[in-house]
Design a binder for this molecule. Structure first.
Ligand code: HEC
Length: 402
């Protein structure tokens, strides 16, 4: 144990354990995971040219401010949609905090962006200036200190030793996260009695990146291919190739360069050439891009930020979809002629926001076409949902069913 500069803080050494390699079932050759449906979407794309191409991108995106960090400094997205420089110091880490401010780490230490100004952060008393900010969830902030991953909950600092320089941490929606340290990728699971580490690089060769997905699953990329690591009930794991088409002959995706996960919705983004794929449940949505992406970073409300050879892109809308008026209108047009009292499907009313909240997953599934087969709902052919209307249901769910 080691006491830090601030007397109240004690650095507790690793409460984590490296679990033995699980039994691996390699089904990669014949078992390819295929989506049940692939639909193309037309999300808005905003392009931001940068004077020089950025190598790194850090994003702090919340309801009031959008900050982007790179080795060229810190920029803010103004309400007019322009990138405005806030600091030229190379950014080493950037996260949005719960109160609408943002925390930045750069070569000079830790800073807070609050009410339009950049000032030194109190965190400097708890951390070393060379610690690098990685990610935040709730009140817990994660940092890298050399080969250690640090977890800071506001009063306690815990260190998990990984043996190689810690580069990146991707937090999932549940207890599972992934960590990249040097040439190694780890699955990190938070348990009540500490942290469990699993060496993903030992399970699969040539992993380039991995992101958590759902409660216990991981999507990964190897040299161009996409893999899905599924936890099995008996404690083993299965790695499978992922195809991004419904073609039963497709041996799996190739040319995928970047992965990102939207922790809010659990959707995984993968990008190959000039196409963006959004994987959620058993459906894939594709989006044609103006130019290939080099890296992808999830923002808020399903927005994706990405780097290209000439600048940055923002993909998707930032205004959340709300029940009134858009979902309510969709229901009136397509569903209410049957899903209402005294109608043929009165057992499952789709009238109020609570009706819709309770049925949203079933409604998304029922309105999604399966390959060439028309969607089950609407049950008649009087009306059919457009791709945009289906996307609206998915976005309403992602945006929190408000
Ligand atoms: C023409 C009448 C009709 C329309 C229009 C209609 N439904 Fe249905 N729906 C039914 C009937 C009948 C059932 C129960 C039998 C079945 O599943 O086919 C049903 C069942 C469902 C179910 C539950 C089981 C399942 O099949 O998944 C969901 C969810 C559903 N509908 C959603 C919707 C949504 C969302 C809309 C509007 C986009 C819609 N329905 C429009 C008649 C309709």
């Amino acid at each position: 144990m080691r006491t830090l500069a601030c007397a109240c803080l004690v650095l507790t050494a690793c409460d984590g354990w490296v679990s033995k390699m699980p039994e691996i079932i390699n089904e990669t050759a014949d078992r390819v995971v295929r989506p049940r449906s692939v639909t193309s979407s037309s999300l808005p794309i905003s392009t931001f040219a940068t004077p020089q191409p950025w190598q790194q991108l850090y994003v702090a995106d919340d309801a009031t401010t959008t900050l982007l960090g790179s080795e060229r400094g810190l920029v803010e997205l103004s309400v007019q949609g322009a990138l405005v420089s806030r600091s030229a110091d190379p950014v080493l880490g950037l996260v949005a905090l719960t109160d609408g401010s943002a925390l930045i780490s750069n070569a000079n230490g830790f800073f807070e962006w609050r009410d339009g100004t950049l000032r030194r952060s109190d965190l400097e008393t708890a951390l070393q200036s060379t610690d690098r900010l990685l990610a935040r969830r709730g009140d817990v902030i994660w940092f890298a200190r050399g080969t250690s991953l640090l977890r800071f909950d506001g009063s306690q600092l815990e260190a998990i030793e990984l043996g190689q320089t810690v580069d990146a941490l991707t937090l999932g929606a549940g207890p599972l996260s992934t960590v990249r340290a040097g040439s190694q990728l780890w699955a990190l699971t938070e348990r009540t009695n500490g942290f469990e580490l699993q060496d993903l690089s030992e399970e699969q060769n040539d992993l380039i990146d991995a992101v958590p997905w759902g409660d216990a699953e991981i999507s990964a990329i190897t040299d161009g291919g996409v893999l899905w690591r599924r936890a099995l009930v008996d404690g083993g794991v299965a790695w499978r190739h992922v195809s991004l088409t419904t073609d039963t002959e497709d041996p799996g995706a190739t040319g995928v360069r970047a992965l990102a996960v939207d922790a809010q919705s659990g959707a995984v983004f993968a990008t190959a050439d000039a196409t963006l794929y959004r994987l959620q449940g058993e459906s894939v949505t594709t989006l044609a891009l103006p130019t290939p992406l080099r890296s992808a970073h999830a923002g808020r409300n399903g927005v994706l930020w990405a780097l290209t050879d000439t600048g940055a892109l923002r993909i998707g809308n930032t205004d959340p979809v709300t029940f009134s008026p858009r979902i309510a209108t969709l229901g009136t047009v397509h569903c209410a002629r049957c899903h209402a009292p005294d109608r043929q499907a009165s057992f499952l009313p789709l009238m109020t926001i609570d009706d819709w909240r309770a049925q949203i997953d079933a409604a998304i599934l029922a309105t999604t076409p399966m390959g060439a087969t028309r969607a089950r709902m609407p049950a008649d052919t009087t009306t059919t949902l457009t791709a945009e209307e289906r996307a609206l249901l998915i976005r309403w769910k992602e945006d929190g069913l408000q």
